[in-house]
Design a protein around this ligand. Structure first.
Ligand SMILES: Cc1cc2nc3c(=O)[nH]c(=O)nc-3n(C[C@H](O)[C@H](O)[C@H](O)COP(=O)(O)OP(=O)(O)OC[C@H]3O[C@@H](n4cnc5c(N)ncnc54)[C@H](O)[C@@H]3O)c2cc1C
Length: 487
């Protein structure tokens, strides 16, 4: 931590920021600034391990503690002309918080209170910077769950979940974050406060909540959220199944969702991802595809749903297997493997997309073939863990062996290009729950078409000077900023 230097060009904005948050909550030392210069974007990690940075360093990190301080900071940003990036815990994997031109980071983790649990209406109000795990733990202690359980729950904020339009591991039962947010408070780029009061539903024009859920810090700073909460289920019972093919397992998941069953967890792994998880279980040498289903709620409901799902699974060739893979998944569900591979020099990344059921098997085969055509000895694996009546998320792990950056980054760029293009050709969406950040900019026009102009028009109306997280979500970059990514 440092005090504000009087000598540099940014002295006036910095001293104004210090007046708002207190000098101890304005960080400008080099080590801290480098720390906030990247998130978990793998491309940024590759750059960083070679001594570089994906974008620029921020000029400062401000740590406001209230909605009023956030509003004052955004007013100051308008008056002094500095740019701002909202920052949760930096677990984003698409570079949403990467500074492209020396912005001021707004670290929101001092807004970390659980404001209230409303047991009558089944709602919890929480400040946006609260750590996800702390939030869930507090709810559990009161007999509730948020139902939003991302793998990154321990390293992300509740505000970050909403800003990225994320999805948790129990999404088939409880919904994605957009199904869970019932109300919010946000500060607009000019410092005005906006509140969408939490009511079950309203019919007064397009949903303003949806303007901010998924806006990735480009349209406003979310300071508080009211989320639907769920009573902790009486039981959570799981079953492990072995299927002969990916197609059969996907068909089971489609039919389960179209039968209006609500499994808490559905996870299907392709053959390569199944192999490690099923070692020593003989059944999988005959039926190599692993599927995990978990049902929850009252004992009666869970048992009835499991019975119906198992009948469908049997018709699709599924056989109940030893539950070791489920026990292992429960132990590691909030861990990440990427850092280990990345530290060892591998070019490891994950790409999650969404596709209709009708083209999903095609997407899998084409994405896999395209990846292996780029580099035959790479790892390409996929799993499906967010399923709907209409389609599913395909989550792909790509891992290139260690090689010089000059080669590895080119291949990494080709893999992204190939997989995003194949997804669009299959009628899917380029992103299911990680967001767009800055890294998906090249594909945003193909994804949204005229919709990107609509998004830009909204951005221009709310933030005419382009001061709030510019250059993300495929939106216009600010002058003098850098580009991040392969093209
Ligand atoms: C190992 C690992 C596993 C992951 N698993 C999942 C998963 O299961 N499901 C999932 O959905 N995601 C997952 N992610 C991605 C990431 O954790 C989520 O996107 C998460 O919601 C980001 O939260 P954060 O608080 O870290 O946000 P940050 O990374 O700090 O910010 C992300 C974006 O949101 C904006 N933002 C953050 N807070 C606010 C706010 N209060 N107001 C306005 N804008 C804001 C930022 O400007 C930025 O654009 C995973 C990431 C990792 C590294």
């Amino acid at each position: 931590m440092s005090s504000v230097p009087a000598s540099q060009g940014a002295a006036k904005p910095l001293s104004r920021i210090a007046d708002i948050v207190g000098a101890q909550n304005l960080l400008i030392d080099e080590a801290t600034l480098r720390q906030y210069a990247r998130d978990r974007l793998p491309f940024g990690i590759f750059k960083h391990r070679s001594g570089g940075l994906p974008g620029t360093t921020p000029v400062a990190v401000a740590r406001p503690a209230s909605e009023d301080e956030v509003a004052a900071l955004l007013e100051a940003s308008a008056a002094e002309g500095f740019r701002v990036i909202p920052f949760g815990l930096g677990s984003g994997v698409l570079g949403g918080t990467i500074p492209l031109g020396g912005e001021v980071m707004l670290d929101l983790t001092r807004l970390d209170k659980l404001v209230s649990i409303d047991e009558v209406n089944g709602l919890a109000t929480v400040q946006a910077g609260m750590n996800g795990w702390d939030f869930e733990t507090a709810l559990n202690a009161a007999g509730w769950t948020s139902g939003h359980l991302p793998q990154s729950i321990k390293i992300s904020t509740v505000g970050g979940w909403a800003a990225c339009r994320g999805g948790g591991q129990a999404s088939s039962r409880y919904g994605k974050i957009e199904d869970i947010v019932v109300g919010l408070k946000a500060v607009l780029p000019d410092g005005r406060k906006l509140e969408v009061r939490p009511v079950a539903r309203r019919s007064v024009g397009p949903s303003l909540i949806d303007l901010f859920v998924g806006s990735e810090g480009t349209l406003g700073v979310i300071t508080e959220l009211t989320l639907r909460i769920f009573r902790k289920p009486e039981v959570e019972q799981g079953v492990v199944l072995a299927f002969p093919t990916v197609e059969a397992a996907l068909s089971m998941a489609r039919r389960v969702m179209q039968a209006e069953l609500r499994p808490q967890v559905v996870r299907i792994y392709d053959e390569i991802e199944s192999r490690d998880r099923t070692k020593g279980i003989a059944l999988f040498s005959e039926k190599p595809i692993l599927a995990i289903l978990v049902f929850s709620g009252s004992r009666n409901t869970a048992e009835a749903e499991e019975r119906d799902a198992l009948a469908i699974a049997e018709q699709e060739g599924g056989t109940i297997a030893d539950d070791a893979p489920l026990r292992h998944w429960r132990e590691v569900r909030y861990e990440s493997y990427s850092a280990k591979w990345q530290a060892a020099g591998y070019f490891m990344d994950t790409i999650e997309v969404c596709c209709p059921w009708s083209t999903l098997p095609d997407l899998y085969e084409k994405a896999r073939a395209a990846a292996l055509a780029i580099r035959a000895d790479m790892h390409f694996g996929a799993h499906w863990s967010h399923v709907y009546a209409e389609g599913a998320c395909q989550y792909m792990t790509i891992r290139l062996p260690p090689m010089p950056d000059a080669e590895g980054l080119v291949l990494h760029g080709k893999l992204w290009d190939a997989i995003q293009s194949v997804t669009l050709a299959c009628g899917g969406s380029i992103a299911h729950h990680h967001g767009a950040g800055v890294f998906r900019n090249p594909w945003m026009r193909d994804e949204l078409g005229t919709g990107l102009d609509v998004l830009q028009a909204i951005k221009d109306a709310l933030d005419p000077d382009n001061r709030l997280n510019p250059g993300k979500l495929g939106l216009r970059p600010a002058p003098g900023t850098v580009a991040v990514g392969h093209r």
